[in-house]
Structures are given as structure tokens and as C-alpha cells.
Write a protein that binds this ligand. Structure first.
Ligand SMILES: Cc1cc2nc3c(=O)[nH]c(=O)nc-3n(C[C@H](O)[C@H](O)[C@H](O)COP(=O)(O)O)c2cc1C
Length: 205
């Protein structure tokens, strides 16, 4: 496992060079779709690096920088352990070997897995803010993925619920998993829908 060398380097916003892209913010917002089938093609590391860099520009009250990312590539030896854990949780929950095998396969087949953890705050209020920021960071990854031609699929189900997952990845005991992202070139174009926002908006004018 490699991480940083312990040196904290602060970057100002004007030190960032953003990738030029024809994808507008609105296109990314509306074209982003989660996918469950990926092409058997590698994801360029440079694309992942750009997406992760975009993640940490999520809004973050008090600049606590509460996100921790574990990127597990297809060739990582961890994949088999993670797949076995997904299988075990599914068997425990449903007792159906076929579904458990499908859960293992989804972990083994995703081109890239990113487990995103949230560091707790000094009190409940900060912990809640931290979690909100980490979710925004995960969404930044999803939106940047649109510009990179990649689908980013969230998972918070059984594959993320094994009691040994943190130990397997090297996460701290008091961190909370926000989501597992599967990243790859989509092999499907899933449809989606939303109820018009007018159903949920209360204007005070
Ligand atoms: C917090 C969160 C957790 C999710 N967990 C799962 C999951 O465990 N399994 C799954 O199949 N999809 C999961 N999803 C994906 C949603 O089901 C997905 O957003 C929904 O199908 C709508 O797809 P769309 O965002 O592409 O429109 C999750 C999404 C979010 C935001």
C-alpha cells in the first residue's frame, strides 16, 4: 500500500490546472449514470488521479479534510479477500449461494474499486459535517468520471459490511465507510428517472 510520505502540501485553488473538457457542469450532472456492467478495459491511472484530485475540492466546513480513499486495482491481491468477504456477508444475510457468488463477482470484475472512508469529528456536529463533505467528495468523483468517459457506481450494501473490511484495507477502526465506488468504462446505458423537483420544493416568495 502506498500513500503520501507524511508531508502535507497545501494547494491554493489558483495552483490547480483543470482538465479542459467539452462536458459542461450541467451535462455531467444529467449524464452521470451508475452502471453495473463494465467493459473489460483498464481505467487510465491519470483519469483516476484527476478524479481523486477533484474529490478533495468538495466543500468542507472547517477544512477538516475528513476523506480517506483506498483504491484497489484489478490486479491487487486484495481483490480475492474483498470478494470472499462480499460472498460471506451475502451468505449470512440471504443464504443464497448464487446471489453470494454474484456479489463476489461484482467485486472481482469491477475495473477499479475505491473505498471511501470518513474520519470522525471532535463532536457529533463535526462528524455529521464531515460525512456530508465526504459524500460531496464521492459525488465529485462521479461527476469527473463523466468527463473521463467513466461510470462510477456507489455501493453501501453487503460488500461494504464485512467486519474485517477495515483491517483488510488498512482503515482505522473509528472511520466510517461512506461508500464503495466501482469505476470503469460502462458496458451499458442504464435508464433512470426522477420525480419532477416541483413536487419537493416549497418556495417562500
Ligand atoms: C448513498 C448511496 C448508496 C447506494 N448503494 C447502492 C447499493 O448498495 N447497491 C446498488 O445497487 N446501488 C446503490 N446505489 C446506487 C443507486 O441505487 C443509484 O443511484 C440509483 O440506481 C439511481 O441511479 P442513477 O444515480 O444513475 O440515476 C447507491 C447510491 C447512493 C447515493
Amino acid at each position: 500500500m502506498t500513500a503520501n510520505d507524511g508531508k502535507v502540501v497545501k494547494l491554493a485553488v489558483d495552483e490547480i490546472t483543470a482538465l479542459g473538457t467539452d462536458v459542461s457542469v450541467y451535462q455531467a450532472l444529467y449524464q452521470r449514470r451508475m452502471a453495473w456492467q463494465f467493459k473489460d478495459e483498464a481505467v487510465p491511472k491519470v483519469a483516476l488521479e484527476r478524479m481523486l484530485e477533484a474529490a478533495v475540492w468538495a466543500p468542507n466546513h472547517r477544512l477538516t479534510e475528513p476523506w480517506r480513499f483506498f483504491v484497489v486495482n484489478a490486479a491487487s491481491p486484495l481483490r480475492h479477500t474483498l470478494g470472499d468477504q462480499a460472498y460471506e456477508v451475502s451468505m449470512e444475510r440471504r443464504g443464497d449461494p448464487r446471489r453470494a457468488e454474484a456479489s463476489r463477482k461484482s467485486i472481482l470484475d469491477a475495473p477499479v474499486l475505491i473505498y471511501i472512508y470518513c474520519v470522525p469529528g471532535t463532536n457529533d456536529e463535526v462528524t455529521q459535517e464531515n460525512y456530508a463533505s465526504v459524500c460531496c467528495a464521492a459525488h465529485n468523483i462521479s461527476l469527473a468520471g463523466v468527463a473521463e468517459g467513466l461510470a462510477v457506481t456507489w455501493e453501501t450494501g453487503g460488500a461494504t459490511r464485512h467486519p474485517n473490511l477495515k483491517v483488510t484495507l488498512g482503515a482505522e477502526e473509528d472511520w466510517t465507510l461512506a461508500t464503495l465506488l466501482s469505476v470503469g468504462i460502462p458496458a451499458e446505458s442504464p435508464a433512470s428517472f426522477r420525480t419532477p423537483v416541483t413536487n419537493f420544493v416549497y418556495w417562500h416568495e
